[in-house]
Design a protein around this ligand. Structure first.
Ligand code: ADP
Length: 261
């Protein structure tokens, strides 16, 4: 019976079309929700520093400008707020590029020891302010050549060491180490003896804008994007990142890289 066969085929096709459309609509809905959430987070992050800057400028215009010392102090604070805004916008730019796959990695061979040393030199002052000692424990006196995107890996090391300072305790230590693994890999570890992270939060650390302690972290001036950026960069390299942490004892973040012969 050709008619019924045709009807059945037709119905099948209609159903398949409807199913595909439904999936398409669901995908669009998820994307839309994602976009809305992202925009909400972004404006929330920008609001605090913007209001800070506005506050100082308004107070200056209101008369505080006439006092030379206050003028300088308030302008410096406003400038700090702008610095913070730039920092957040840069992180946003980076995360967008990473999430849309627009960030092409440039693989080269380089010495990871130099990159770590470079980061430590740049962050030494920050660590000094909290009297934190940055210890680079390496068994290697020779260079450790890896194959990766040097700039991005420097960013990973920077974010991890920065966090170890931000969430480390006064007079504490941060230890950075490199160790050989099997299969021509190395693992880089950043270990602090700071406040540590509760177990239930560990799996959420790498989410965009996630912070364990909203108020506490905010006073440290992060964007909540640091670890999301780290995860993206490491995964784009096809490498692994690990966290181990114990409340009151400290945290260890580590990641792998490919060694060159
Ligand atoms: P930010 O530091 O800007 O808040 P991150 O993405 O770098 O954002 O980190 C997310 C959260 O993970 C931090 O707010 C903090 O609560 C927690 N965290 C990250 N690193 C550490 C660490 N070394 N010790 C304790 N908590 C940490």
């Amino acid at each position: 019976q050709p008619v019924t066969t045709d009807m059945a085929t037709l119905m099948n096709e209609v159903q398949k079309f409807a199913k595909d459309k439904k999936i398409e609509i669901e995908t669009l809905k998820i994307r839309e929700e994602y976009r809305r959430e992202f925009l909400g987070n972004v404006s929330h992050e920008l609001k605090t520093p913007l209001f800070t800057v506005q506050g100082y400028l308004l107070t200056l215009l209101d008369g505080a400008m006439n006092d030379k010392t206050i003028r300088k102090k308030y302008l410096q604070r406003a400038e700090k707020g702008v610095e913070r805004l730039i920092y957040i916008v840069k992180d946003l730019d980076m995360i967008t590029k990473l999430e849309t796959g627009d960030l092409n990695l440039e693989f080269t061979e380089f010495n990871i020891v130099d990159v770590i040393q470079n980061v430590l030199d740049l962050l030494e002052m920050r660590a000094d302010q909290k009297n934190i000692i940055l210890m680079f424990d390496r068994k290697y006196t020779k260079p450790v050549k890896v194959f990766a995107d040097k700039e991005r890996i420097q960013q990973v090391v920077t974010n991890l060491v920065e966090n170890s300072i931000k969430y480390g305790k006064e007079n504490g230590t941060t230890e950075i180490s490199i160790e050989d693994l099997v299969n021509n890999k190395v693992i880089i570890r950043v270990t602090d003896n700071g406040e540590g992270i509760q177990k239930q939060f560990i799996s959420r650390l790498f989410e965009r804008f996630f912070r364990v302690d909203k108020s506490g972290a905010r006073s440290e001036g992060g964007s909540g994007l640091g670890l999301a950026i780290v995860k993206h960069i490491i995964e784009a390299h096809d490498e692994r990142i690990y966290v181990e942490s114990k409340i009151g004892v400290g945290s260890e973040f580590s990641f792998t890289l490919e060694k060159t012969k």
